[in-house]
Write a protein that binds this ligand. Structure first.
Ligand code: NFS
Length: 645
């Protein structure tokens, strides 16, 4: 048994001990085995882009200062950084492509089981894309929108269409700086070309291509994913649900969906409620079927159906340790290869469903959007038939927490004033009056280099105690949900007086769950609408807002960080950033980006510093806007919390 606590979440620590007792290896053991980490990799100064290497630059200035080809630390760091952007942008955008494909098939009536659920949003998004909607059939509009969305991936010239949602000053900057994305795939391919040996050497020029590909993700691939998913599966509205491993039901068949794409999981929701499936579950001795999610698949079906969330990224192996997961259904992204080893200790089946992601030792049932419900039923049946194979103890912890999710861009607008109140003006008005000091997006992953969930929870508590409204996505939202921050009552316990007043008036929580990581595009849309509503400047970079990814680990987080920064938002990452081996790249990202991109990157060593940096930035923006009355930043501690309570 381990003495160390790996998480701020007691349920995670409890299950970790269970996993150890069962001889199940987890991410934390593998993390320790990797220590000490490669210092060259941490600084970003190793290069494997050709086989004259691998090369590395001596950070102390004593050994090699150039790779075999002559590349300096600046070139190597910039290339490595934008290759991470390429990986992340590719992941989000390939998801967007799959959504567009399913959307188009559904529009044509070739994907049984899928239908347009939000006609109003169909019209809205089509109009935004410049498609004629007046007097036309929804089917025709949807087909044209699906085709237009798909064409954005292979577009060679021009501008990715949904960049037209951004304020004009932001778009003018993108054009001026040469970072306006032309086509989603083109910019990713160009990263791979430019970072090949002997192409782009200039760090500034290299980073520009990183921004262009990242913007193609945020305003292109991710935006398409979010918008078309809303039209196809419904635009989220607030609903309550439960989170943490305690949502698993020992006496039910438990099906856990994990990964990112909602196309299949939407159908699994239908299949798990099918009377035929429920009857089969009863015949096998179970009381019913529980469906729960992990990572962003969880966020997708939570947002639209209130399906419970079993956990975030670092809890995926622990879900298996409960002994009651009859099948874990995975699609793409953030699925640990270690899962197939964990499952050897229990009866759980791991079912892969994407041709892009097969795991040795897992069972494969391929998803086909033309036959989605049948595939979903086959998968649920596999879980049901595995119920009787359970062995060993059942170790479902008691812990679960209530949360409210479902804050789409559209709902936030409705909640803060309704349609006749002039869009986002009510939010802006509250910011101008100082009740809300600003808005922060706190997003991203878990990383075993830091205590699980701690940075997310501490940063968000600090922000809301300083009257900053927080919007969240991804595993960060799940972390704060487990800590009880995503319910309206959290305002009374944790938020400052101004934010509490707004929360009490509207009934909203001080922390808004906006969805999965591709739904960070919702945050871009909110920022654009805040500029549009007026009173807070002409540009996203004028707004009193800040972003953070406290426990990031994935390339997707880097792509998100880059597009948020390049859209004008000051953004702080925790855990470090593999760029510090180059003073030139560091200066570009941390300082000069403010002029060329509107936003800039920053790195913070701990939660308190991270929150302080964000609050200071927000206060500084308020000062520039002339809406700042003198108010000291309050750092959240136990005494302050008691006083608030
Ligand atoms: Ni985002 Fe969502 Fe979680 Fe990180 Fe992975 S699940 S797409 S990458 S780990 S937040």
């Amino acid at each position: 048994m381990s003495e160390k606590k790996w998480s701020v979440d007691p349920v995670t620590n409890e299950l970790y001990e269970v996993a150890c007792a069962e001889g199940m290896e987890t991410v934390w053991e593998r993390h320790q085995e990797q220590e000490p980490r490669c210092g060259f990799g941490e600084l970003g100064i190793c290069c494997r882009n050709c086989f004259m290497g691998p090369c590395r630059i001596d950070p102390f200035g004593e050994g090699a200062q150039k790779g075999v080809c002559g590349a300096t630390a600046d070139t190597i760091v910039a290339r490595n950084f934008i290759r991470m952007v390429a990986g992340g942008a590719a992941a989000h955008s390939d998801h967007g492509r799959d959504v567009a494909t399913t959307f188009l098939a559904a529009a044509k009536g070739e994907a049984a089981g899928y239908e347009i659920k939000d006609e109003r949003k169909l019209h809205q998004v089509a109009a935004q894309a410049g498609i004629e909607t007046e007097g036309r059939d929804n089917k025709d509009i949807a087909i044209e929108l699906g085709e237009l969305a798909l064409s954005q991936f292979g577009q060679q010239e021009g501008e990715v269409v949904f960049t037209n949602m951004a304020p004009e000053s932001v778009r003018a900057r993108w054009r001026r700086e040469g970072i306006m994305p032309r086509g989603i795939d083109r910019e990713i391919v160009e990263i791979m070309h430019r970072t090949h040996i002997g192409v782009d050497t200039d760090a500034d020029n290299i980073l520009r291509q990183g921004s262009r590909a990242a913007l193609g993700d945020g305003w292109g691939g991710s935006m398409i994913a979010t918008e078309l998913q809303d039209i196809l599966f419904g635009t989220p509205r607030p609903l309550t649900a439960e989170v943490n491993l305690g949502v698993l039901e020992p006496e039910n068949v438990n099906v856990v969906v994990h990964g990112h794409e909602p196309a299949l999981s939407e159908m699994i929701v239908v299949a798990a409620n099918d009377p035929e499936m429920l009857k089969l579950a009863e015949e096998q001795g179970a009381k019913g079927i529980t469906l729960a999610g992990i990572c962003c698949t969880a966020n997708e079906i939570l947002m639209r159906h209130g399906i419970p969330v079993a956990g975030n990224f670092l809890q995926q192996e622990l879900a298996l340790a409960t002994g009651v997961v009859d099948a874990m259904i995975v699609d793409v992204q953030c699925i640990m290869p270690g899962l197939t080893d964990s499952k050897d200790c229990v009866h759980s089946k791991i079912v892969t469903t994407s041709p892009k992601a097969k795991f040795p030792g897992a069972m494969h049932i391929q998803f086909d959007e033309h036959n989605a419900l049948e595939t979903a039923k086959e998968i649920v049946k596999t879980a049901i038939l595995n119920y009787k194979n359970r062995r060993g103890a059942v170790r479902v912890p008691k812990g679960k927490t209530e949360l409210v999710a479902g804050f789409s861009t559209e709902y936030i607008q409705y909640m803060l004033g309704g349609h006749f109140r002039g869009d986002y003006w009510v939010l802006n008005d509250n910011i101008i009056s100082g009740r809300i000091r600003g808005v922060a997006g706190v997003v991203g992953c878990n990383n075993p280099k830091v205590i699980h969930d701690q940075l997310h929870v501490d940063v968000v508590k600090e922000l809301i105690s300083n009257d900053i409204l927080v919007a969240q996505t991804g595993c960060s939202a799940i972390a704060c949900a487990k800590a009880g921050l995503l319910v309206p009552e959290a305002a009374l316990e944790y938020a400052g007086p101004g934010l509490t007043e707004v929360c009490e008036t509207t009934g909203m929580p001080p922390v808004l769950h906006a969805g999965s990581c591709v739904d960070n595009s919702r945050i871009l849309a909110v920022l654009s609408r805040m500029v549009q509503a007026g009173g807070l400047g002409e540009d996203i970079s004028d707004l009193p807002v800040a972003g953070a990814a406290p426990e990031w680990m994935s390339e997707k987080a880097i792509s998100i960080g880059e597009y948020v920064v390049a859209s004008g938002v000051y953004t702080v990452f925790g855990v470090g950033l593999p760029v510090t081996g180059s003073p030139v790249v560091s200066e570009l990202l941390f300082e000069r980006y403010a002029e060329t991109r509107g936003g800039r990157w920053a790195v913070a060593p701990d939660a308190r510093t991270m929150a302080a940096m964000m609050i200071d930035h927000i206060n500084e923006r308020r000062g520039t806007l002339g809406i700042e009355e003198k108010k000291e930043r309050v750092l959240f501690d136990m005494a302050a919390r008691r006083e608030l309570a």
